[in-house]
Design a binder for this molecule. Structure first.
Ligand SMILES: Cc1cc2nc3c(=O)[nH]c(=O)nc-3n(C[C@H](O)[C@H](O)[C@H](O)COP(=O)(O)OP(=O)(O)OC[C@H]3O[C@@H](n4cnc5c(N)ncnc54)[C@H](O)[C@@H]3O)c2cc1C
Length: 387
């Protein structure tokens, strides 16, 4: 009898795995289960869609029915999986159960709650999926300013996108420079300058303590006593892998669902990939790692046990005002940065004590050097062997 493969999640990790698996196993029984509407979309587009004039509806590439048809799979939408009964290989829903032979967890990550007292009614937004993006876009009002809380990748990209689209933006973050988890000082300074040239008001070294309703909008109180008025706020203070289901099922969890290089969890019949997973110690919430993972997992599910290969996959930051490609070193205490270039065209290399390249950043025209630098770096997970 055909094995039943069930995937929880229809984000990029779930659908990419399904597509790759279907190409290898045309006859296999495949079901995807999602608590959302199952619309296929590219999440990275959310933080650059405004300046490209794309609406939330236009970002949806295919609905759940069209995906079910093209994948020759059942796609169950609006279904929250409440529990995994690993012993009997069953998923538990509010109104039923589903048996599986092989289960794939592609449950993503959820935004951290805003770390401030939010006394507004619905004026503080988080954007981590298409529905949330639609709510945010519907609430945007060209007249008012937008307060962005958090100077990481998502905060900076939205600041760029909103400012380029004509909105007034205040960006508040506790660090001295934006994007400091991904790029060191000179590149962070270049980004800060470029965002300011776009008209973004930066508030480094500060946190938002509370947000209250004020007239048609909001008033935020910052840690240095400053008050900021805006139409609405976007909280972009980080993501947490969605691990609750796995934990309750007794799977090993450590800052993500623990998976080995075969994407296998501590249960032989359950796999994990994408934002919810920590693969061989790497929690990489980006598209390239999940694409690599999906390709190798599809082979394993189709009967050819295949380990994942993680080369260095530098992150492209979609700040069009200051283009950046970067890979931050695993351990910034073990080595040194060397910086080169001027203006918008910068290059930085991080080498360890043995002179091995462990991280880099490139901006502007220097981005064309990315392939050479990526190739020079040791892979994160090097494995071509079959089990
Ligand atoms: C604004 C933004 C911009 C980004 N830009 C980039 C970029 O430029 N480059 C890049 O590489 N990465 C970028 N990323 C990160 C990238 O988009 C994510 O790493 C990737 O989309 C994660 O996909 P996923 O399938 O793991 O998770 P998700 O897309 O979060 O999918 C999770 C799925 O699981 C389902 N689910 C969860 N729990 C349950 C349950 N209990 N029952 C049923 N269903 C459940 C959800 O409904 C959903 O379908 C960006 C992220 C954001 C938010």
């Amino acid at each position: 009898m055909q094995e039943h493969v069930v995937i929880i999640g229809t984000g990029l990790a779930g659908y990419t795995t399904a597509r790759e698996f279907r190409a290898l196993a045309p006859e296999a029984r495949l079901t995807l289960v999602t608590s959302d509407d199952g619309v296929s979309y590219s999440k990275p587009m959310l933080s650059s869609a405004l300046r490209k004039g794309q609406s939330a509806a236009e970002l949806g590439q295919a609905g759940a029915d069209a995906m079910a048809e093209s994948l020759q799979a059942d796609v169950l939408t609006g279904v929250d999986v409440r529990a995994i009964e690993a012993q009997t290989r069953q998923l538990v829903f509010d109104d039923g159960q589903l048996e599986y032979d092989q289960l794939v967890l592609a449950t993503g990550a959820e935004p951290l709650s805003p770390p401030f007292a939010d006394r507004t009614r619905g004026s503080v937004f988080q954007v981590n999926n298409l529905q949330q993006y639609k709510g945010f876009r519907d609430a945007l009002d060209q007249e008012g300013r937008v307060l962005i809380v958090g100077g990481g990748l998502i905060g900076c990209e939205f600041a760029n996108d909103l400012a380029e689209s004509g909105y007034g933006v205040d960006l508040v973050y506790p660090e001295d420079l934006p994007l400091s988890a991904l790029i060191p000082g000179p590149a962070g300074q270049g980004l800060a300058d470029a965002l300011q040239r776009l008209g973004v008001r930066l508030h480094p070294g500060r946190t938002v303590e509370s947000v209250d309703p004020h007239g048609e909008g909001i008033q935020a109180h910052l840690s240095d006593g400053t008050g900021l008025r805006a139409r609405l706020a976007l909280s972009a203070v980080g993501l947490r892998p969605r691990t609750g289901l796995a934990e309750e099922a007794g799977l090993e969890v450590d800052r993500g669902i623990v998976a080995d290089r075969f994407l296998a969890t501590s249960d032989d019949n359950i796999y994990a990939l994408g934002d919810c997973a920590r693969v061989e110690g790497y929690s990489l919430c980006y598209v390239a790692p999940l694409t690599n993972s999906a390709r190798s997992l599809a082979k394993t599910l189709a009967g050819e046990r295949t380990p994942v290969h993680y080369p260095v996959m530098p992150v492209t930051v979609k700040t069009s005002c200051f283009r950046i490609v970067a890979w931050f070193p695993e351990d910034p205490s073990r080595g040194q940065w060397q910086h080169d270039g001027s203006g918008a065209d910068l290059r930085g290399e991080f080498r360890d004590g043995e002179g091995v390249l462990q991280g880099f950043y490139l901006t502007g025209k220097r981005i064309r050097e990315r392939m050479a630098l990526s190739r020079e770096m040791p892979p994160l997970i090097a494995s071509n062997e079959k089990a």
